[in-house]
Design a binder for this molecule. Structure first.
Ligand code: ATP
Ligand code: MG
Length: 369
């Protein structure tokens, strides 16, 4: 019988049994959103699934390090296992160089090497020889006690933790190149993202963002993604009279405050942004300090140590780059920005603005994808 076999991320499997069960249940829930799971069991670092569907989709499910379809075999001796393996692979190795790779879990009176040798001996006459370094076909056998799983191709999953297993985060989402990548990186760590966009660019911006979220949604398992669209024009009117050198910082503070408030409302214990140290003037260390002063939630910046090329590489890999590149830059706020805002001046200016953050947030348009 054929099964889908998943090897969950290493870091997930080293957790205590209680915590591991929690992560595994979430993993299976997310797997179930892309393939049909009729039955499953977890066994020593493996998850064996009876199910069907397009297993290619598992390449986008966080929490998986490897996945494959395999035949399950019950066996009582190495010889018996070798014969069954020969029957499965004798046609496949015809005219080809092959290698046997065995993984063994449980207590046995034989080693992995014993199995590999025996299987090699059985298959040799059907093949054009063994080549351990550069084989055309790899015969893979995972042994779990008295069961073996036979397969040839193992595929790499995206690793990380299942989305929704480590908490919610409010992502400040502009839809440029950086914030979708930051979102994806938090999803990789198991966070469920709630996106907050301060709309400065109207319908074009909104359309692109929704398309980007659809791409990110392909990585989120069963978790839907909500986007809060806040009216940015209203906010920028508040800022019209502010000293232009600190206007960007003031806007950034309003964004953080909106995210903080949304976090409070929705039970999200962190804020995520796409900032990278000194990428632009609003992201100098001093300006980040001033921008986030007094914000209650930790602000995660997964891209802080990356340069633009590294970020673009990930954006291409996850599929958001093309869409992000279409996003126009919005120059509503002056681009003349200090690299060293003064905290006192910014806080004083902010007091005068007196923006009702809660009211602005309550008027947000919410879209769920
Ligand atoms: P990005 O590529 O994500 O747009 P950026 O390189 O354009 O980033 P900034 O415009 O300084 O840099 O934005 C830095 C971060 O601030 C963004 O990654 C995002 O987290 C947040 N941010 C910026 N503009 C907005 C917005 N209009 N709505 C929500 N968050 C925003
Ligand atoms: Mg931007």
């Amino acid at each position: 019988m054929t099964f889908v076999v998943i090897r969950p991320s290493g870091e997930l499997m080293i957790k205590s049994s209680y915590v591991r069960k929690y992560f595994l249940r979430k993993l299976i829930a997310n797997v179930s959103s892309v393939i049909t799971v009729k039955n499953w069991k977890a066994d020593q670092g493996y998850v064996i699934i009876e199910g069907e569907g397009d297993i290619n989709k598992l390449s986008h499910v966080f929490g998986i390090s490897y996945y494959y379809t395999a035949d399950e075999v019950n066996f009582s001796s190495v010889q018996e296992l070798a014969v069954v393996t020969r029957e499965k692979f004798k046609e496949i190795v015809k005219g080809k160089k092959f290698a046997v790779r065995v993984r063994r879990n449980g207590k046995h009176n034989f080693t992995s090497l014993d199995v590999a040798k025996e299987v090699g001996k059985e298959l040799l006459p059907f093949s054009s020889g063994v080549d351990l370094n550069n084989p055309d076909v790899v015969v893979r056998i995972d042994i779990l006690q008295n069961k073996a799983y036979l397969y040839s191709d193992e595929r790499e999953g995206p690793r990380g933790f299942p989305v929704g297993s480590t908490g919610k985060t409010i992502v400040l989402f502009s839809g440029g190149i950086d914030s979708p990548v930051a979102t994806w990186m938090m999803m990789k760590r198991g966070a469920k993202p709630l996106l907050l966009n301060v709309m400065l660019g109207g319908d074009i911006q909104k359309k692109i963002i929704i398309e980007e979220v659809k791409v990110l949604r392909e990585w989120s398992g069963g978790e839907k993604i909500k986007v809060y669209f806040v009216d940015g024009i209203k906010l920028s009117i508040y800022l019209a009279n502010v000293n232009k050198f600190i206007r960007v910082i003031m806007l950034k503070r309003l964004m953080y405050k909106l995210a903080d408030e949304l976090g409070k409302k929705s039970g999200a214990y962190s804020i995520t942004t796409g900032e990278s140290l000194s990428q632009v003037s609003s992201q100098t260390m001093k300006n980040l300090f001033v921008s986030e002063f007094g914000i209650n939630r930790p602000i995660f910046r997964p891209l802080i140590g990356m340069d633009k090329e590294e970020i673009v590489e990930i954006a291409r890999k996850i599929g958001t780059f093309e869409l992000s590149s279409k996003m126009p830059e919005y120059c509503i706020i002056s681009s003349k920005n200090t690299v060293r805002a003064r905290l006192g001046e910014v806080l004083e200016g902010e007091n005068k603005l007196n923006v009702d953050i809660r009211a602005v947030l309550n008027q947000a348009e919410v879209v769920e994808i």
